[in-house]
Every structure is written in structure tokens, then in C-alpha cells.
Ligand binder design. Sequence first.
Ligand SMILES: Cc1cc2nc3c(=O)[nH]c(=O)nc-3n(C[C@H](O)[C@H](O)[C@H](O)COP(=O)(O)O)c2cc1C
Length: 401
Amino acid sequence: MTAEVATPEENLALLKSQYPEPARDENGMTHRERFERRRLAIGLFLPTLSGGGSGHYASDLGLFAPTWQYNLDCARRVDELGWDFIFPVGRWRGTGGRIHFHELSLDVVSLTAALASQTERCMVFTTWHVSYGYHPMHVAKIGVGMDHISSGRWGLNVVTGWKPSEVQMFGLPFRDRAERYRMAGEFVSMLDRLWAAEEPIDLEGEYFQGKDCVVTPDLLGGRKPLIINAGQSEEGLAFAAEHADVVFIQGGSGDRSDDVEAVREVVDRVRAAAGSRGRRLKVLLPVVMLVRDTEEEAQALRQEILDHADYEAAQNTINGLTEGSKSWPDHTLEPVVLGLGGFKMIGTPERIADLLEQLGDAGVDGVQLILFDYKNDIEYFAEKVQPLLEERGLRDILPPR
Ligand SMILES: Cc1cc2nc3c(=O)[nH]c(=O)nc-3n(C[C@H](O)[C@H](O)[C@H](O)COP(=O)(O)O)c2cc1C
């Protein structure tokens, strides 16, 4: 008698059954669901660049070099503290000055893969310059790896890059914004198809082609990873409305960088763009946080940073913003020195909690913190600010939308 031989279909089912479902927390929610349902999500803008993610130019206060160990320590700590996500700045070149601002930058793909394996609960996002020579097959395949390593906690922050000085390093042409987003749209649509395909597929796009493409194994739980975008232009918003689940917005620039109404205006633009396609995007806001026990101490820290700043590096940064993008308008030196692109929040824990509540009322679903002295400021925030947010219900889990 011959032994029964399994069919190819049965063997495939057997192989697939050996992969786990995404991890769940003590309440039975996946970590992604908890992130999605949190009234005000808290995340960390990882310090992956020299000078700090904060954009502080405080050279004489000590130079900050981004190391793997420092990022690991910060990520593990916020994961333990119940923060909802970690998110790296992705840069390929700095803006110089006497402090070599942002010139030393960590590779964020390898960094976030490693951090995904070293954290347990927070979402892990990877900033990825999809127009710097990657093929959708690369990102789809590596993305499955990220999804598995993180047990369903991974998301892809799609950036197009806007600096000719970066793109040229890849031997690629610098494309105008409309074309950058067209390319990114094609890229993400192809990712969707590659992740969803049960059979090999052909890719026949304007920018990317492929024959008989397969990406294995399946995503855990079969859910497409969260797609994030931070474009602020009309083209960027249109891209986000169509392809993204989460939008990172700028916290107002120049003298509106601490203005809740300026944030509300951007949130309204995002909601309108997404709403016209019948979608709702989660809106996250980067926040530069200088918080101390008294208003005087917080203001003194602000002044100390300004007094020690490298204004040449700050001006270079502003010049770099307009290199290929008009989406970062009205930048002036002081807010850039305190932290680029973030809402400026300076004051006591009570004041910070008030502002976070107001931002929540303005439609912000989460904030990613840009800190001055990361390790110490994480502890301070956890001890003095987090409890206030909990008391006010800002850390509640909302019903599913
Ligand atoms: C909060 C935030 C974070 C961003 N992080 C990055 C980043 O890490 N790397 C990057 O190349 N661009 C980053 N950007 C820039 C955007 O991806 C985008 O290129 C820029 O806002 C210009 O938008 P536009 O292309 O729609 O004109 C970020 C933007 C914002 C608002």
C-alpha cells in the first residue's frame, strides 16, 4: 500500500499555518488596533541625526551623535512606558555649519528592523525614500520581513525626497513634485498588489515594471501595513488622501509654530482632502517639547538653546527646505533652531497638558515628541505629563471607528 501524498494545495496550507497571527495585548487588541483607537497617541521622533531630532543647534551645550545604542535605549524605554509609536527621521545629507548639523545620520531601514525586534508593543514606522532607486519588489519583500519581526506593528512612511543634493547621489534625475508623487502613487499601488496577490503578477507601470512577481510569505493576519505620508503640498495631500492611512502634518511655521489654530487649518485641509474620497486619515503632529517644573525654567532652557545656537547651520537648513519644495513656508530662524517642523510647546506640565488637549480638540489624533535631551526628557514626560493626560482621558481607547 502506498502512503497518501499531500497535494500541493494541502502542503501550501500546511506551510502557511506555521506562521503566527499578529501579537495581541492583555486586552486582546492587536498593537495596531490600540494605536488606531487611542484618543491621543504619543510617539517618539527618534534621534537619528547629529544635533538630535529636535533640531537643536546648541553646539556649546554638547554635541549629540546619533548612535544605535542611544536609539535602542530610547525606543525600549518608551515601549515600556506605553507610548504608541516610534518614528525615525530619514536623511541622507546634513546641513553643515560648525556643528555638522544632521551630517551624521543613521540608516533607518536597518535601525527600525532592529528596533522592531527589541520592542514589544509600540508601532514601528520606517521612513523610506521610495524614489531613491528602490523597486516596489524590494520594499514589499522587506516590508513583509518588518511585519513579521514586529509581529504586525510595522508601518511604512512614504517620502519622496525633495532635495536634488540627495537624489543626485543615486545617479537619478531630480523630478518635479507632481512627478515625484505620481511615482510614489504608482509605487504604493504596486505594493498593495504585491502584498495582496495570491498568484504571480506582472507590473506594468510608467516607472516600474516586473514579470511574474511574487512576494512571500504572507503578511501576518493578512492586513496591509499602515501607510504614512508627510507631504503638505496639494499633490502631497492628494497622495495621502488616496494612499495613506496616517498623515504627519507640520506644526505651523514661523510665528505660527505654537498656534493651535494654524494646526486646525492643516487638519481641516487633510480631513477635506480625505473626506472627498470617503476616507478618514489619522493625523499626527510632531511637537517640540521643552517642559520644566516652572514657566521660568522652561523659558530659560529655550533661551539657553537660542543663545548657543549655530545660526549658520539653521540658515542652511532653511535654504535646504526650499531646495525642491515649497511646502515648508515661512521658516524663520528661531523656530527652526528650537526644532524644525514641530509645534513648539514650552512650559510647565499643566501647560503642556492644556495644549495637548486643545490640539486633540482641533482634530489631532497623536503627537510625536521631539525632545531636547532625549533620555532625561522621556523620564520627565512620563513622570510629570503622562499622568495628567491619563487624568484628562486623553489616553483612553476609543470605540472602533
Ligand atoms: C513631520 C514631518 C516629518 C518628515 N520627515 C521626513 C523625513 O524623515 N525624511 C524626508 O525626506 N522628508 C521628511 N518630511 C518631508 C516630507 O516628506 C515632504 O517631503 C515635505 O513635507 C515636502 O512636501 P511636498 O513634497 O508635499 O512638497 C517630513 C515632513 C513632516 C511634516
